[in-house]
Design a protein around this ligand. Structure first.
Ligand SMILES: Nc1ncnc2c1ncn2[C@@H]1O[C@H](COP(=O)(O)OP(=O)(O)OP(=O)(O)O)[C@@H](O)[C@H]1O
Ligand SMILES: O=C(O)c1ccc[n+]([C@@H]2O[C@H](COP(=O)([O-])O)[C@@H](O)[C@H]2O)c1
Length: 182
């Protein structure tokens, strides 16, 4: 199968991630999209517990026919969360699959600090989505939603429910577990 990997903190997942996954599934010739929550973020970005983010990603994908999955692979690689190591691990585990790596255009500025990005490009097809607000050369498709997890966390802390930016089951989970309460 052809699998597109969308890695991220997903702290929490939002409609921008959902639209990105749908866009990739619709246009990039892939059979499945796998959300890959970070376990150890390479740059030390802090997030709520891995299991909560996995569960919220699962809820994000629950209305699809099964093509949008959530992978716990980042917790199994056993290294420091670098994507090149995750790709090596996945290719060894699933030699039958072809992997693409999806990133948003906001991340382009960070690529010089990634481990072995040249090698990543040899291991997987890299697709850069146009995240609204981050125009760049080489992106694919129209600008996608202007929404970020940061904005959602800020709204939750201010007591302004971001029901327009987060699918209802994800928001209900975050509330039930008091994940971003002030
Ligand atoms: N609105 C969006 N449109 C397109 N791509 C997005 C969007 N939001 C996130 N992405 C991409 O999804 C991946 C994971 O993003 P991440 O989980 O860090 O979300 P985020 O909203 O950027 O979070 P934060 O605000 O906490 O930094 C990254 O490749 C990112 O570029
Ligand atoms: O491999 C690296 O060196 C590397 C450095 C920073 C981030 N990443 C990956 O980039 C993806 C998006 O991260 P973020 O910061 O937007 O949540 C996520 O899958 C991270 O593991 C990867």
């Amino acid at each position: 199968m052809r699998i597109a990997l969308l890695g991220g903190s997903f702290n929490p997942p939002h409609v921008g991630h959902l639209m990105a996954a749908h866009y990739v599934r619709a246009t990039q010739g892939v059979d499945e999209v796998w959300l890959m929550p970070t376990f150890r973020h390479p740059f030390g970005k802090a997030s709520v517990a891995f299991e909560h983010r996995v569960r919220m990603c699962e809820l994000l994908g629950e209305d699809t026919s099964g093509w949008l999955k959530t992978s716990r692979v980042e917790s199994e690689v056993g290294k420091d969360g670098r994507t090149v190591d995750t790709l090596d691990f996945l290719q060894a585990r699933h030699p039958e699959h072809h992997f693409s790596l999806i990133i948003g255009s906001d991340i382009l500025k960070d690529l010089p600090y990634w481990k072995d990005f040249d090698r990543i490009q040899r291991l997987a097809r890299v697709v850069v989505l146009y995240r609204a607000g981050y125009p760049a050369e080489g992106t694919v498709g129209p600008p996608l939603a202007e929404v970020s997890s940061t904005e959602i966390r800020e709204r939750l802390v201010r007591g302004e429910p971001p029901a327009d930016l987060v699918p209802a089951p994800v928001l209900a989970y975050a509330r039930e577990h008091h994940l971003y309460a002030p």
